[in-house]
Write a protein that binds this ligand. Structure first.
Ligand code: FA5
Length: 338
């Protein structure tokens, strides 16, 4: 029996020695040391031995078990270490290789203009308001003093979804929405967003463009306050040397109304002007529909064409460059204003 046990240990140790992977080691453990393994079965043979030989044999079996366990442990450690070294070898990083060139994006020039204008007006106590691009006729036209049959609707022909729903033609409906929300309280808002018109595309016009609406309603507001706000904005955007020109104009929602041009130096050195926004004192009908008493409250409003500002600021020759997402164009605005 003892000889058989010695033979068994030798066989097991040889097998452990020869094992070349972890599943192999586990298979040997199960075969020798599990409940029904060969070493455990030897314990069962104790009963066949005379009483006095049993303790010595039992001890030998335990020693055999420990010897095989130890060999398995050492082998397992060696195999795990080898595997780790292999992984490290395969996954090693060559830090001397040149790195990847990551393309760094930048803020779109139209958003740069919007952020710049927002920064100024938020500093002056204005809130930023928003409204939907798919708008009701009611807010886009009627609350802006353009009744259903008003001829001035033709100035802003739109894309209609149904008879009463359209893509907003200007950001002015946000005026009406905010007035109703504020329920007669004084307000100062700035509202940037996309607008849509059935205009033919050319270097200075697009069927989709951006506007920033401004609206102030309070007591004792005069036209001088509007002029001051506009001049502050133009000088903030273009520098202190710019002048603005107000031309009388017509909008059904303001009275009086103006179109505002900004000065620029032409290629031949002479002074020119470009129209960038419409503005005026809020029409009493608009105040009334918005829940304000026009005898107590006055207001001014303006609607800036964001593209026109960017065209002037960055000397762009065609509005369509803003929408084609050409990286050669867009990358020129990296870090501008920042
Ligand atoms: C309006 O849209 C008025 N809602 C502005 C306003 C608001 C007036 C509040 C009074 C009080 P207008 O149609 O002029 O006005 O457009 C305003 C600006 O948007 C223009 O000055 C111009 O800079 C820009 N704009 C107009 N049409 C286009 C277009 N098709 N493509 C690019 N920019 C345009």
């Amino acid at each position: 029996m003892i000889e058989y046990l010695i033979e068994l240990i030798k066989k097991a140790l040889d097998e452990v020695h020869a094992a070349h992977d972890l599943p192999g080691v586990e298979e040997i453990r199960v075969r020798y040391l599990s409940k029904k393994g060969e070493v455990s079965l030897m314990m069962g043979k104790l009963r066949d031995l005379p009483q006095e030989e049993r303790p010595a044999f039992g001890q030998k079996v335990n020693e055999a078990k420990e010897q095989i366990e130890h060999a398995l442990y050492v082998k397992k450690q060696a195999l795990e270490e080898a595997e780790l070294l292999k992984t490290l070898e395969q996954e090693k990083i060559d830090v001397t290789l040149p790195g990847y060139q990551f393309y760094q994006g930048s803020i779109h020039p139209l958003n740069q203009v919007i952020e710049d204008v927002e920064d100024l007006f938020v500093g002056l106590g204005y809130e930023v308001a928003e409204g939907p691009e798919v708008e009701n006729d009611h807010y886009n036209f009627e609350m802006m003093n353009l009744a259903k049959d008003h001829p001035a609707r033709a100035m802003q022909d739109s894309f209609y979804i149904d008879e009463n729903t359209l893509l907003r033609t200007h950001t002015s409906p946000v005026q009406a929405r905010t007035m109703l929300l504020k329920k007669g309280e004084p307000l100062r808002i700035i509202c940037p967003g996309k607008v849509y018109r059935r205009d033919d595309d050319d270097p200075t016009h697009s069927h989709q463009f951006m506007q920033i609406e401004g609206l102030v309603i309070d007591q004792n507001i005069s036209f001088a306050n509007l002029k001051d706000a506009l001049l502050k904005m133009i000088r903030h955007l273009f520098g202190e040397d710019r002048v603005i020109r107000l031309r009388p104009s017509y909008f059904p929602f303001t009275e009086p109304s103006v179109e505002v041009d900004v000065s620029y130096v032409k290629k031949d050195g002479s002074l020119g002007y470009i129209e960038v926004l419409g503005a005026g004192r809020v029409h009493p009908n608009v105040l009334k529909m918005g829940g304000y008493d026009p005898l107590k409250f006055q207001g001014f409003a303006f609607g800036i064409g964001v593209e026109r500002i960017a065209i002037l600021k960055y000397n762009i020759d065609d509005i369509r460059h803003f929408y084609t997402n050409d990286i050669r164009f867009l990358s020129q605005f990296k870090g501008v204003n920042r």
